[in-house]
Design a protein. Structure first.
Ligand code: SAM
Ligand code: SF4
Length: 329
């Protein structure tokens, strides 16, 4: 699949649920209204959609959410998708998780062929963790990280940089990740969906964080690329990677190789734009898969050149109305 700007689309992220056992302050309001259950695709339908994308050249699948591991029986989806690893049609099957359920699932994920997992963790201070996630418990996530390590799954930590919340701790987290053998990726908050607070209060530019980290750590630039938005450095003292995802201060779209599918079968060609394609109707209308195939081609033909996120004090509404938990982070 080649989009109008010549970018090859080889990466599909799939949000399998918009629900979550946490309520992170930058991601959700505490009283979220979730999608009606009747609108959610079955796990079999999600498998069919993913399989169609694999047939069209997707080499990497990332299962996300919401919290993917709280969807009932989600392991059956992983098991089914694992067959594409066995045939060699897929290079990688992975997930992004808050880590709360990894103690239960790490072994099975490893057996299916999941080699790497991204775990979102913004702080290693238990009280702060509860303040950020509202409903989460740090010790459960730490146990999940241990389980992943025992199962032989590589962990990358994703941390959102939050002004006045974890900004003083990021430097220590670089050291902690180094000790545990994890790469770390820092993310700026993006204006996605209504939350209870004001986003301009949370936004911390990573250019500032990087300058501060430079006082303690030696950050060597690398041209390591995952086809994604992160710019990577290597922390000389730990030997581990430190990535920066700066949607607000840097436009990362020229190398974008991905599209995002929601649990209702909506395909978003860009995280930062409203334009979308419905794949549920063609999936259900035509068992031969021809209509779905056409709908995917038509959607890829509309992939926009880039996003235009702005966090603007004069505007009360977020730049994009849907939450990250719907589109899949
Ligand atoms: N629940 C899983 C987790 O937390 O890893 C997967 C879904 S979560 C939506 C994926 C990622 O999006 C997390 O790393 C989270 O920190 C990030 N995220 C959520 N809302 C965001 C926002 N408004 N700006 C930047 N990152 C956000
Ligand atoms: Fe849940 Fe992930 Fe959003 Fe936190 S960031 S509320 S863990 S979906």
């Amino acid at each position: 699949m080649i989009d109008p700007f010549g970018r090859e689309i080889s990466y599909l992220r799939v949000s399998v649920t918009d629900r979550c056992d946490f309520r992170c302050v930058y991601c959700m309001a505490e009283n979220m209204t979730f999608l009606p259950k009747k609108d959610i695709l079955t796990l079999e339908e999600l498998d069919q959609l993913c399989t169609a994308f694999v047939g069209k050249g997707v080499r990497k699948l990332r299962i996300t959410g919401g919290e993917p591991l709280v969807r009932r029986d989600v392991m059956s989806l992983f098991r089914n998708l694992g067959r594409h690893l066995e045939t060699g049609a897929l290079d990688e099957l992975t997930l992004t998780t808050n880590g709360s359920q990894l103690t239960r699932f790490a072994d099975e994920l490893a057996a299916i062929g999941v080699k790497r997992v991204n775990v979102s963790l913004d702080t290693i201070d238990p009280d702060k963790f509860e303040r950020i996630t509202r409903w989460g418990k740090l010790d459960k996530v730490m146990a999940g990280l241990d389980a992943a390590q025992r199962a032989g799954i590589h962990v990358k930590i994703n941390a959102v940089a939050l002004k006045g919340v974890n900004e003083e701790e990021i430097s220590d987290m670089v050291g902690w990740c180094g000790q545990r053998g994890y790469d770390l990726c820092l993310i700026e908050t993006m204006p996605l969906g209504d939350i209870d607070g004001d986003r301009t209060d949370q936004y911390l530019p990573l250019s500032l964080v990087r300058a501060r980290l430079g006082q303690r750590w030696t950050l060597d630039d690398t041209d390591y690329k995952t086809g994604g938005p992160a710019r990577y450095t290597v922390v000389r003292e730990t030997g581990h990677r430190l990535g920066f995802i700066t949607p607000m201060t840097h436009n990362f779209c020229e190398s974008c190789n991905r599209v995002r599918l929601t649990c209702t079968g909506t395909l978003y060609m860009c995280l930062g734009q409203e334009d979308a394609a419905d794949l549920r109707a063609p999936l259900r209308a035509d068992p031969s898969g021809m209509e779905l195939d056409r709908a995917i081609d038509e959607a890829i033909g509309r992939k926009p050149k880039g996003h235009d996120f702005v966090i603007d004090r004069r505007r009360s509404a977020p730049a994009v109305g849907r939450h990250m938990s719907v589109t899949g982070g």
